[in-house]
Design a protein around this ligand. Sequence first.
Ligand SMILES: *[C@@H]1O[C@H](CO)[C@@H](O)[C@H](O)[C@H]1NC(C)=O
Ligand SMILES: *[C@@H]1O[C@H](CO)[C@@H](O)[C@H](O)[C@H]1NC(C)=O
Ligand SMILES: *[C@@H]1O[C@H](CO)[C@@H](O)[C@H](O)[C@H]1NC(C)=O
Ligand SMILES: *[C@@H]1O[C@H](CO)[C@@H](O)[C@H](O)[C@H]1NC(C)=O
Ligand SMILES: *[C@@H]1O[C@H](CO)[C@@H](O)[C@H](O)[C@H]1NC(C)=O
Ligand SMILES: *[C@@H]1O[C@H](CO)[C@@H](O)[C@H](O)[C@H]1NC(C)=O
Ligand SMILES: *[C@@H]1O[C@H](CO)[C@@H](O)[C@H](O)[C@H]1NC(C)=O
Length: 373
Amino acid sequence: MRATTLGLTFVPFALHAAAEDCSCGYSVNSTNATYFGLFTQKIENDFVHSASDVTWDSTPGPDWQAQEYNVPPPEARGLYGKAAQPRNVNFNVLPPGSTGGNGTLGGDPGLQLWTRSELVSESDGQYIPMAEIVTAQKDILYGSFRVGMKTTAINGTCGAWFFYHNNSQEIDMEVLSKDRSTKMGWPVNLVNQSPQSVASGYNARNTSGFLDWYLTIDPKVLYTEFRMDWLPDRIDWYANGQLLATFRDNIPTAAGALHLIHWSNGDPFWSGGPPEEDAVLTVAYVNAYFNTTSQAPQSAACGPGQLTEENTCNIISATSPPQQPNVAHPGSAPEPLRPSNSAATVSRARVWFTCGGIFGGTIVLTLLGCSFF
Ligand SMILES: *[C@@H]1O[C@H](CO)[C@@H](O)[C@H](O)[C@H]1NC(C)=O
Ligand SMILES: *[C@@H]1O[C@H](CO)[C@@H](O)[C@H](O)[C@H]1NC(C)=O
Ligand SMILES: *[C@@H]1O[C@H](CO)[C@@H](O)[C@H](O)[C@H]1NC(C)=O
Ligand SMILES: *[C@@H]1O[C@H](CO)[C@@H](O)[C@H](O)[C@H]1NC(C)=O
Ligand SMILES: *[C@@H]1O[C@H](CO)[C@@H](O)[C@H](O)[C@H]1NC(C)=O
Ligand SMILES: *[C@@H]1O[C@H](CO)[C@@H](O)[C@H](O)[C@H]1NC(C)=O
Ligand SMILES: *[C@@H]1O[C@H](CO)[C@@H](O)[C@H](O)[C@H]1NC(C)=O
C-alpha cells in the first residue's frame, strides 16, 4: 500500500543527476561490486511507443534490419523451408496518448513477428513464411541482452532471442509454442551451441550447453523479460530479472549480431507446425548493452582503478515482469515499459539511496520522487 508520495522534494536530485555521465560505459552491478560487467555500447528500443528502430534495407541508423531470405527444406532441417519476409514484421504501436491496451493494428502492442499458416510453394518445396530481425551492428562481443516479449499461444512455432556468430558460437533463449506447461511451469530452452552440438546434427540437447528451464509465469500470457549476459568466462541466463542458470563451457569467443526470430519448419521434434493459423510474437522492448570489436579505445580516465559510480551508469535491472502494455494504466503517463539507464533513471537510483538514508524502510521510486510502503 502506498503511504506517501514525496514528489517535488526530490526534483533537485533529478536535476543534479541529469548531468550524470556514462562516459566510461554501462555497468551490470555497481563497479564496486564483486562481479560487474562493463559495456560501452547500447541499443534501447521501445517498440510499444515507437516505430522507428527497424529498417528493411541496410540504411545506416536504425538498430534493426528485417530479414528477407529463403532457406530450402533440406537446409532448414525440417519438413518445410523457411521464408523470412519483411511483411511479417509489423509495427503495432499504441495510439498516441494511450496508456495501454491494443495497438493501432489491434491485438497486443509492440513489434509483431508473424509466422504464417499459409505456405508458399516454390519449385524446390514448400516454405513457411516467418519473421526475423537482426541488429545492424554485427561485431558485438560480450554484453547483457534483454528483450521484453510475449510469445504466441498458437501451436507450432519457435520464438527465439539469440546471439549468433556461427553455428558453434550461438547463445539462444527459445520458446516452443507446442510445449505444454508442466507442474514445474512454462518451458524455455536455454541453448549454447558448440562444436559438440554441431557434431550431433545441430542439436545441443545432449551437451552441457542445453537446459530446459521452467518459468513461473506463462510468457504466452504475460510479456516476459528474457535476458542473457554473455561474459568472457560464462553465460548468465535470466527471466524477469531472476538468475536462472550459469553456463561455463564452450563460451563463444567471436563477435556477431543479435537476432529476434519467430519461425517454424515443421520439425515435430522442435518447432512443430506449421501453425494452423497465423501466429504472432510481440516484442515490447529491447535493452542491450555490449562491446564491439570496432569500438573506440577508452580514455585513460576509464583505465584500471578509474571506474567509479560517477563515470559509469548502472544498468537498472528488472526484478519482475515488465509493465504490461496491453493493459491500460489509467492515471499514469504513457511510459517506456522498461527499466532503463537513462540519466533520469540513474537519478532515481541515486534518489533511492538518499531517501533510504533519510527515511529507512522499503522505498519504491516513482517518476517524480519516491514513495514508501
Ligand atoms: C559502492 O559504492 C556506493 C557509493 O558509491 C556505496 O554506497 C556502496 O556501499 C558500495 N558498495 C560496495 C559493495 O562497496
Ligand atoms: C551481478 O551480481 C550477481 C550477484 O552477485 C552475479 O550473479 C552476476 O553474475 C553479476 N553480473 C555480472 C555481469 O557480473
Ligand atoms: C568492454 O569494453 C571496456 C572498454 O574497453 C572494458 O573495460 C570492459 O572490460 C569490456 N567488457 C567485457 C565484458 O569484456
Ligand atoms: C483487441 O484486439 C483483439 C485482437 O485483434 C480483439 O479481439 C479485441 O476485440 C480488441 N479489443 C478491443 C477493446 O478493441
Ligand atoms: C565458428 O567460428 C569459430 C571462430 O571464428 C571457429 O573456430 C569455428 O570453427 C566456427 N564454427 C563453425 C561451425 O563454422
Ligand atoms: C501441439 O501439437 C502437438 C502435435 O499435435 C501436440 O503433441 C502438443 O501437445 C500440442 N501442444 C499444445 C500446447 O497443445
Ligand atoms: C541424447 O542421448 C540419449 C541417451 O543417450 C539418446 O537416446 C538421444 O537420441 C540423444 N539425443 C540426441 C538429439 O542426440
